[in-house]
Design a protein around this ligand. Structure first.
Ligand code: ADP
Length: 304
């Protein structure tokens, strides 16, 4: 069985429904990708590498991961820190405002808790958020681990997912994002991320910036405008059908990455995979919350 390991942080998501009621669920960029990859590729083993607490919400998350058939063999427990939490408010256009309580979360200690535990996988996926939550020492250890995985034949996928407030400075974010790109076989830059992090205003800027990073496949997302793919020096644009009834754009990019990777791993070509990823993303944004129900998902997404 092929194995994907996805590293990052899953938090409690509280989404306002009315003035004084909230719906509780679990989400986080890499976790969302893990759940959607598993839905698209049931035959693959998907493990989530993270740390959770000893609190009751952490127990609930573990059960939820089991329900999603995510392997929890790489979920570590902190005895002193809890799960992170965020609240989300959506306006009528589906745009969102977030408030976070995550600075001291258990996941910030994942690489320390992983310690010398060894694992193997076919693909390892992480994001700029996975990097941002770690201290420098753990970031260096993570890259040592990634190099070891690469040496064993594992492929690396990376989404820069820039969240300015998680970094001490823009320069720090640029440095570690560059390192992420530097080890990647497949990368998912977002137009907004590159605009904010590097000041890039179009796909050409992004592709020339990444030219010396030696990435096999670069898949650039740009909302409803389309997807640009650069592979083996060939560039193509895949149009995206604009969704008019957007309910909640949370996890659009994460869902896209999941659909794209799943389709590629199922043997589809890049263009077809981008259309599949776009379909997964388009479905997710027409429902509230990061993780939509399995029934809703399966009613829109054909199996690979
Ligand atoms: P992020 O969530 O990382 O900001 P994007 O906004 O670029 O990422 O969206 C990721 C993907 O979601 C896009 O590549 C596209 O496939 C899909 N998407 C986002 N917004 C829309 C929309 N309004 N209509 C259709 N698809 C969309």
């Amino acid at each position: 069985m092929k194995r994907i390991v996805i590293f990052g942080e899953c938090m409690v998501e509280l989404r306002s429904q009315q003035a004084d009621t909230m719906a509780k669920s679990f989400a986080g960029d890499t976790y969302n990708t893990a759940v959607y990859i598993k839905r698209c590729l049931p035959a693959f083993s998907v493990s989530y590498l993270t740390a959770i607490g000893a609190d009751f919400l952490s127990d609930e998350l573990l059960l939820t991961m089991g329900e999603h058939e995510i392997n929890t063999d790489l979920v570590f427990r902190s005895t002193s820190q809890n799960l992170g939490l965020y609240m989300i408010r959506n306006d009528n256009q589906g745009e969102r405002t977030f408030a976070y309580w995550r600075a001291q979360s258990a996941a910030t200690q994942t690489i320390n808790l992983l310690a010398d535990t060894e694992f193997e996988c076919d693909w390892f996926y992480f994001s700029g958020i996975s990097l941002a939550i770690l201290d420098d020492e753990q970031r260096h250890k993570l890259f040592a681990l990634v190099e070891k995985l690469k040496a064993s034949g594992c492929k690396i996928a990376f989404d820069p997912n820039y969240r300015a407030r998680l970094w001490d400075s823009q320069e720090e974010a640029q440095f570690w994002t560059d390192k992420g790109y530097g080890v990647s076989d497949l990368a998912f830059p977002g137009a907004d991320d590159h605009l904010m992090l590097f000041g890039h205003t179009n796909a050409d800027d992004i592709f020339s910036y990444l030219a010396d990073k030696n990435i096999d496949e670069v898949v650039m997302k740009n909302g409803a405008i389309g997807v640009h793919i650069l592979r083996q020096h060939e560039q193509c644009i895949v149009p995206v059908e604009r969704v008019t009834n957007v309910v909640d754009t949370t996890a659009a990019g994460d869902a896209f990455n999941a659909g794209y990777m799943a389709a590629r791993l199922a043997g589809k070509k890049p263009v077809e995979s981008a259309s599949y990823g776009a379909k997964v993303a388009a479905t997710v944004i027409t429902y509230p919350g990061a993780i939509i129900s399995k029934d809703a998902f399966e009613s829109h997404i054909p199996s690979l």
